[in-house]
Unconditional design. Sequence first.
Lengths: 770, 158
Amino acid sequence: MTSDMKVKTKFRHVGTSPIRPDGLDKVTGRAKYGADLNLQGQVYGHIVRSPHAHARIKSIDFSEALKLPGVLATMSAEDLPEPGEALIPGAEIEMKLKNVSPVIMARDKVLYHSQAVAAIAATTPRIAAEAAKLVKVEYEVLPHVLDMHAAMAEDAPLLHEDNFTVGVDPAPEKPSNIAQHIVMPKGDVEAGFAEADLIIERTVHVPMCHQAYIEPHACVAKSDENGKIDLWCTTQGPFMVRLLTAEITGIPQKDIKVTASEIGGGFGGKTTVYIEPVAVVLAKKAGRPVKIVMSREEVFRASGPVSDAETRVKIGAKKDGTLTAIKSEMLMDTGAYSASAMFAGVLFGTAPYKCDNILSVGSEILTNKPRVWAYRAPGAPQALTAVECVINELAWELGIDPVDFRLQNAVEKDDIPLYGMPFQAVGLKECLQAVKDHPNYQAKLGENQGRGVACAFWINAGMQSSASIHVTPDGGLSVMTGSPDIGGSRASMALMAAEVLGVPFETVRPAVVDTESIGYCDGTGGSRTTLATGGAVIQAAEKLVEELRKRAAASWQVEIEDVVWMDGKAVERCGVGIDELIEGSSPVKDGAKVLTLAELAAAAGHTGGPLTAVASLHAHNAAPAFAVNVCDVEVDPETGKVDVLRFTCAQDAGKAIHPAYVEGQMQGGAVQGIGWALNEEYLFDDQGVLDNAGFLDYRIPVASDLPMIDTIIIEVPNEMHPYGVRGVGEVPICPPMPAVVCAVNQAAGTRLYDLPMSPPKLLAAIDGEA
Amino acid sequence: MKKLHVSTTVNGQPCEYLCEPGQVLSDILRNELDLTGTKEGCTTGDCGACSVMLDGALVCSCLVLAAEAEGKDIETVEGVARDGKLHPVQQKLLEHAGLQCGVCTPGIVVAAKALLEKNPDPSEEETRYWLAGNLCRCTGYDKIIRAVMDAGATMRGE
């Protein structure tokens, strides 16, 4: 698509917030999530996990386990093909099978506590769990390393003997625990600092956390006599599950059908597999369907948490507020295998600001902790938090209002960020102005209260999607995609189809279907579904309109150009100018022939057969999202407890297809960020065992912790999308952390940049500063 | 292990089941009675997704032994909509977009209905504290709280 395409600005359905089509099933308990399916003859899988953070697996003995009545099959890495060095072909992100397969089943070594080493299938969950305890795994325990700095030491225990840091010139001769290194320069950062009147440098630590989706991973796998696999699971991407399961097990993709259940939250955490290949192998070996449901404890210990990061940021500014240089050095923890989003952190941490001199550097560090995985705008919150904390201090020191300081330095159209692609129209300044004009920004602060401002960027993804539309004989529309609906996307698909076809929203029945019933779709992630899968729906609907006009033209024996589609009807132009018919509430000229969608559908059998349309695309029209948060807090100086008083989010959605669910993304992301700033962190003991593997001790925000979250949707259209959509899901988690941190530091008079700002830590900082 | 025979009432209908002594109610509801509207997010009583009413008391069904339900009256999310009509809490959650992934929603429905039966006109703070045992990771709670308070207003005839 070209940038001079016409972006539609007048809508009938888009921009309204009807009740989601899948809502009834979700408020009544009928919707089927991952663990809600039980198949006839089903048995249960249980995974044996490592008690050590680093050990060599010497032997696995299943003999005692197999003696237990009810045990049907066992599994270890022996049952999987040896993973090679190659990148997985067709994966959404670059990854090597050797970094993925051992997370499903460890091979030779375990590299983190609770890594999977074996599995059992048995007739009941209880027998499977008992049998798992009887599996004898002999380990040679190795020294482990949990801390990033310790892992970089010369004599640190080595996780991978074959890890030679990528991105260093010349290539290192010795292996280390540094997986990758990246340097992104722009201009001359030292010259920039020389021009500055004020330079502030801070180190900001963001802890390892978890996406904490409420639904644990769950799946049911079935294998038939011909080796065809039928896999049901909770996932953000059924096609990704098909690919990874095939790569890990060696079963061809054409023999695997994946059906995505309803999904109980993911936030990036369900864009990979943990149990699905295990269930498939066990099902093949047991000859029975196998169900595996992870416990909450397993989810915390053995799925992919989120990188902790330590970022040292130095920023220089002139007295008038002009930024002269930004230097950011990031260490990002990837856990046991290279999988972190360090590149995104390095590339995007400085994206909100115009600055000629930037140096952004990152290192990805291997430690004996669970292999990290994506969490909403992966890599960006850690990097942006560090930059925004320093920006706030500069504004304070220079005596400039923090919103004005950002308005002065905010990027706009044609600015070139560090990653090199010039911005088209972006809404950062509009977001900043909107929070400044909001009554919350004028609210008076009392004693022990503070206000933090932060802005943020996320790139948004496009990628591949497919959609198909079928018309029922009475004019109903079935819209199918392969994008799991994680937060109301069926409603958005239905709105866009209704918009193109000019029919009531309720006429459209949107569905998410299995991998054999629709063309390839990348996963629900990267803020891409409304943009890309929605784009496929728009294209399919346009094709259908074309076909409907053709059918009407044939039955009237006129040219297709003489038929317009409006209000869900084919109308013969009848000499009326096309502009009079389109876009209006449109009285049809007397005598114009009309065929409704229902009439055309009823006649379809005689006019060329069933009415269907299919569209597949690779979306290259994604556009970045910016957001600004303002947070007011009150700190209790006696206890260090923080209360969030007011929270304001402004975000450029491009075009909000379903505004209520756009607000929902903003509010949900804000609260996840508040949790990460104030409470959430992984706590390991010195043996690498997670101490808080449950919702009691890993405390996510609850309703009584929070105020209402006020939202302002800004709409600066994406010039490359027919409806102006940008994507909204991820950027909301980027600004809340720094907004909270700065508010707390202002309220408490502290300069605490070691997150989370839990009461004991904040109290110590208050006492230290007092 | 010998199973225990339990007689209960589930959503107004007599219901019998067999359970192991250590089996919890959420397991029986989901896997024996096929009432999978009751969700299991933690099985430690921390997330509230398995909320049900047991003899009129709001409980986490993952913390109740199935055998304890003998002679008791269980109400699950499947029993909340009656005669083809949604309960106001369900209707308002839909209207306010008070759900995203929807997995916590059954627990929220059961808990919020219990709140409004006890306190027909809860303040925002009362609503937030009552629902503090129901984790939601998607919404930030804003729209849930508004929906529940609006459902209260509807039930009061406002």
